[in-house]
Design a protein around this ligand. Structure first.
Ligand code: GTP
Ligand code: MG
Length: 175
């Protein structure tokens, strides 16, 4: 069955976004502390497709060896998983573009895995501030990509962006 994975820096809101999408607060475990999700978790939706919650990257407090283990585990999943339709790369909408996120997008581009951007936690600041950070991120990506991937602005707190994301997934499922 087709699957859609959610990835991004630790604490960016992957698990919260998944819960928002499926209307089930405790489905994916969330935490104020980074590093909560440690495994690849699959959630079957409508008996038709899977949402995949992945552990985050870029958490400063992990050792070099666990960082390397993460890389191997995740890179393996992303490069080998045939049922993977699209990866949502979550970006904290409060921050200016972070090198680690740009590099991750570039790697997906290199290996030609389709991805979309999801700017999270939009409730934490004003809309113009979010728009400014989104514009900066797109500008940085435009140095690497001919076409900017689809993107969404979301808030798990306010259920913002839910319909747009679900509709996008529905459309990809039908292709
Ligand atoms: P790891 O599994 O550790 O990589 O983290 P994660 O990316 O899954 O983040 P998680 O969903 O656990 O959320 C981290 C923290 O951010 C929690 O305290 C959430 O309540 C908070 N959070 C997530 N999304 C939002 C949002 O849209 N708005 C606000 N205000 N807080 C959010
Ligand atoms: Mg998580």
């Amino acid at each position: 069955m087709p699957e859609y994975a959610f990835i991004g820096r630790s604490n960016v809101g992957k698990s919260s976004l998944i819960n928002m999408l499926v209307n089930q607060h405790g489905l994916a475990k969330t935490s104020q502390k980074p590093g909560k999700t440690q495994l690849i978790n699959h959630f079957l939706i409508n008996e038709k497709w899977y949402i995949v919650d992945l552990p985050g990257y870029g958490y400063a407090k992990v050792s070099k060896s666990s960082r390397e283990a993460w890389e191997k585990f995740i890179r393996n999943y992303i490069t080998k998983r045939e049922s993977l339709q699209c990866i949502f790369v979550l970006i904290d909408s409060r921050l200016e573009p972070q090198k680690i996120d740009i590099e991750f997008c570039c790697w997906l581009g290199e290996i030609q895995v389709p991805f979309a951007l999801v700017f999270t936690k939009a409730d934490k600041q004003s809309a113009p501030k979010t728009d400014a950070n989104v514009a900066l991120f797109k500008k940085q990506l435009s140095g690497w990509f001919e076409e900017i991937p689809p993107y969404f602005v979301t808030s798990a707190e306010k259920s913002q962006g839910k319909e747009a994301l679900l509709q996008f997934i529905e459309e990809v499922n039908q292709d």
